[in-house]
Design a protein around this ligand. Structure first.
Ligand code: NDP
Ligand code: PYR
Ligand code: MG
Length: 775
């Protein structure tokens, strides 16, 4: 990497390398799905029991879908010849991309992936190798294999293999960009049959996009394509010599033009699947009115949106990047087209299945944003328009709409070996994937970024806080205020190699030399004078407690939110927060909740830190606060009051308390799904629950567990943290305060500080909106 990186690029590079390296190397692993803990399990999983599964499959190969994980297993295969827009960097260097696709398949659609990087360039040999993998696989996703070989390889594999073969760079890109094109043309009121397209790139992605766009109505004679040698036209030497690949010849034009600039002049649409920066602002200036620009090269597009908009404010532009509106990226398609194809046992992916995806994606952008999507992209205008041409990758409805449409089209195309009879029931069953994306902090981050707030950190000298503050600034999440000694903060930041500069990046409040110290202790004394705190005690406490200083700042409106608790006892922080910030209007109690992102979905546990033996009334209130907080993550809360008892099986006091809490909660929040009291397993499994009570008022798996007391909640949280969830947790989140205030624990990691900051800022944004509405 010779290029000098900007600070932001250097920070991204460092964060990305760290992400790939730690806490474990790489991004995916293979996990057994069956228990293997005793001799009997061993005899079932392996010899002798396994032989029965083998023999059954020998007799009926279709049973491989029953007795193995094949039907849910896709190979992401590359030879590394066209990795993103990085080019021919080889199969080993391409591995992070393939692992990444594996993560996306799993997170977005529950599909298992083997990433397979092959050191083979010969197309026929590649075909032989991949075809020989058929017994292993439910499908093949070809990735980053360059044109023109990719066309031949895919065609041969489709002929030879009886499982779906899909070159994502071709068809995934074609599907999304066609959906974006249809919607953009609708917005500018142009007819697809008469628009002129200028295209940069004539490789896998570009040619497939064009083929699909032509199927959708673009006229071939209106398409002008450039590759790395310029405009493809009949006077070019390679054309005259008959050396141009057939895939390019399909788009060869007759005419005088030579360059991309010639092609772009007067074009209604630019499609780029080529290389960074090839479309200049000067070229954009020559395009027709209201030009549509799909600049899809990754990671750097053919032109950045701000450059295009500077010369043509009337343009509609999409890129492959997530940091601009209109991300045209094949991730909107490949997890879901495979989900639908695998679930109906499709042997191929047909044109009808692809077209079904195009129409579902285009239609989804025009459907009203669901509450989950609105939460995920809080602060952004998600109404169909120039900046919202296609759905966002975190739109939970993608799987719900695309997979059934694909399965239906597969059946109609005659390629479904297990056609799905009840598509509505199938659609319902897909909701299980929606809320387990594992990216569950995303809505909170988006809400925070939309309205960054001032966050005061009580432990401003702590290196974890400083590292978190750097990330918070890089992400544009908050304006940090650090409580601590300015010199110590500056020195520790420098030692940690951070780019923080006092004044520019953060504000410091030095408790030993604070101009508003008198106002602070007097404010504290006014609050606590009748609770045994003398003026002298108020002076000393404010001087000593950074948490109290932070809480007073929030109370006085000098900060919007606070984070503390990285050192010292939870309860002493809580005491200061309670005194200075207090309860929000209508609240009677504070409570703490922790979130654990598990493979099966995110689980929220309450009350993990505050109320030792909550009453039924308190438990109901805790449940309500917890449910409201869960919505912030874009998740519909499902509350279970858990106990040693299930639906009246025990008459002990704690069981009765949980039952009463459930009844109170139903009255307080009839719109929120809940039930109880119930065992922990019943909370997570409708099947277990149904054994006791078939008409439970809870469906599926609960995501909010309200526990009977502090011990139970805290112990369960810590055990789960250590045994699952990859050690990642969010919280404790303090619920019920008049302004956002969160008390972490001494074991908090940098990531936890960042996450809680995002949450505090998102909460502050909501509070600001509520205040605005009520004043
Ligand atoms: N946003 C998205 O979802 C996706 C984006 N892409 C992006 O599209 C790009 C191409 O990928 P892919 O089709 O798989 O790769 P290929 O290697 O198959 O094709 C690359 C094409 O770009 C052309 N090209 C390279 N440099 C230039 C240039 N300076 N001017 C004009 N054309 C040029 C090549 O020309 P020649 O034929 O003469 O070599 C070739 O036709 C990459 O940047 C990739 O990241 C790809 C898939 C999905
Ligand atoms: C997104 C993708 O597949 C690519 O850029 O190659
Ligand atoms: Mg790719």
């Amino acid at each position: 990497m010779d290029k000098k990186l900007s600070d932001a690029e250097a920070a991204l590079r460092e964060a990305a390398l760290d992400y790939h390296r730690a806490p474990v190397r790489g991004k995916i692993s293979v996990t057994p799905t069956k228990p293997l803990s005793n001799q009997r399990d061993l005899s079932l999983a392996y010899s002798p029991g396994v032989a029965y599964a083998c023999l059954a499959i020998e007799e009926d190969p279709a049973l491989a879908a029953e007795y193995t994980s094949r039907a849910n297993l896709v190979a992401v295969v590359t030879n590394g010849t066209a990795v993103l827009g990085l080019g021919d960097i080889g199969p080993l260097a391409g591995k992070p991309v393939m692992e990444g696709k594996g993560c996306l398949f799993k997170k977005f659609a529950g599909i298992d992936v083997f990433d397979i990087e092959l050191a083979e360039r010969d197309p026929d040999k590649l075909v032989d190798i991949i075809a020989a993998l058929e017994p292993t696989l439910g499908g093949v996703n070809l990735e980053d294999i360059k044109a023109p070989e990719c066309f031949y390889i895919e065609r041969r594999l489709r002929e030879r293999m009886n499982v779906p073969v899909f070159h994502d760079d071709q068809h995934g890109t074609a599907i999304i960009s066609s959906a974006a094109l249809l919607n953009a043309l609708e917005l500018v009121g142009k007819d697809i049959a008469s628009v002129k397209l200028a295209v940069s790139g004539a490789g896998a992605a570009a040619i497939a996009c064009l083929d699909l766009m032509v199927d959708l109505g673009v006229r071939r004679e209106n398409v002008w394509v450039c590759d790395s040698k310029g405009l493809i036209q009949d006077q070019r030497a390679d054309v005259l010599a008959g050396k141009l690949d057939e895939s390019k010849m399909r788009y060869c034009q007759r005419g005088e033009g030579r360059t991309l600039a010639d092609a772009v002049a007067g074009a209604d649409v630019f499609l780029g699947c080529s290389a960074a920066g090839v479309l200049t602002p000067e070229m954009v200036a020559t395009m027709a009115s209201q030009p549509v620009i799909l600049a899809l090269a990754n990671p750097e597009p053919e032109i950045r949106p701000e450059l295009a908009k500077a010369v043509r404010p009337d343009c509609i532009i999409a890129t492959g990047r997530s940091d601009y509106p209109n991300q045209v990226n094949n991730v909107l398609c490949f997890p879901y087209i495979f989900r639908g194809a695998l679930d109906c046992g499709a042997t191929k992916i047909t044109e009808a299945m692809k077209i079904a995806c195009v129409h579902e994606i285009a239609a989804l952008a025009k459907a009203e944003a669901s509450s989950e999507v609105a939460a995920a992209y809080a602060g952004k205008e998600l109404k169909f328009g120039p900046d919202y041409l296609i759905p966002t990758p975190f739109d939970a409805r993608l799987i719900l709409r695309i997979a059934p449409a694909v399965a239906k089209a597969a059946a109609e195309s005659g390629v479904a070996t297990r056609p799905i009879a009840d598509l509505e029931a199938y659609r319902q069953s897909l909701t299980r994937f929606v809320y387990q994306t594992g990216m569950f902090m995303r809505p909170v981050f988006n809400a925070a970024k939309a309205r960054p707030a001032r966050v005061v950190y009580a432990e401003g000298e702590d290196e974890r806080v400083l590292r978190a503050v750097q990330a918070v600034l890089d992400e544009g999440l908050a304006r940090p205020v650090l409580v601590g000694r300015p010199a110590v903060i500056a020195e520790r930041a420098a030692q940690a190699g951070l780019r923080l500069e006092a004044g520019r990046d953060y504000e410091v409040v030095d408790p030993a030399d604070h101009p508003r110290y008198d106002e602070y202790w007097q404010a504290y004394h006014r609050l606590m004078g009748r609770d045994g705190i003398s003026p002298e005690a108020a002076r000393t406490t404010v001087r000593r407690s950074h948490t109290l200083t932070s809480a007073l700042m929030v109370r006085r409106g000098e900060a919007d939110a606070m984070v503390c608790g990285l050192a010292g006892r939870y309860d002493s922080h809580l005491e200061h927060v309670r005194a200075a910030i207090g309860l929000k209007p209508g609240a009677k109690t504070l409570a703490a909740m922790n979130a654990l992102p598990l493979d099966s979905g995110t689980l929220f546990l309450a009350d993990t830190f505050v109320n030792e033996e909550p009453s039924a009334e308190q438990l109901a209130e805790i449940a309500l606060m917890a449910a409201e907080e869960v919505r912030r993550f874009g998740l519909p809360p499902k509350v279970a009051f858990v106990s040693h008892s299930i639906f009246g099986s025990s008459a002990r006091g704690s069981a009765q308390r949980m039952r009463a809490a459930r009844d109170l909660f139903v009255k307080m929040a009839p719109h929120i799904e809940c039930d109880g009291e119930m065992h922990g397993d019943a909370a997570l499994s409708a099947e277990v629950r149904a054994r006791y009570l078939p008409d439970s008022t809870l469906t599926g798996s609960a995501n909010v567990l309200v526990l009977p007391n502090l011990d139970a909640a805290n112990i369960l949280f810590n055990v789960l943290k250590m045994t699952s969830g990859h050690g990642v947790t969010v919280g404790p989140m303090l619920l019920g305060t008049a302004a956002p205030a969160h008390i972490l624990t001494p074991s908090a990691t940098v990531r936890r500080v960042i996450n809680i900051t995002a949450l505090a800022v998102a909460e502050a944004a909501t509070l600001a909106v509520v205040r605005q509405a009520t004043t």
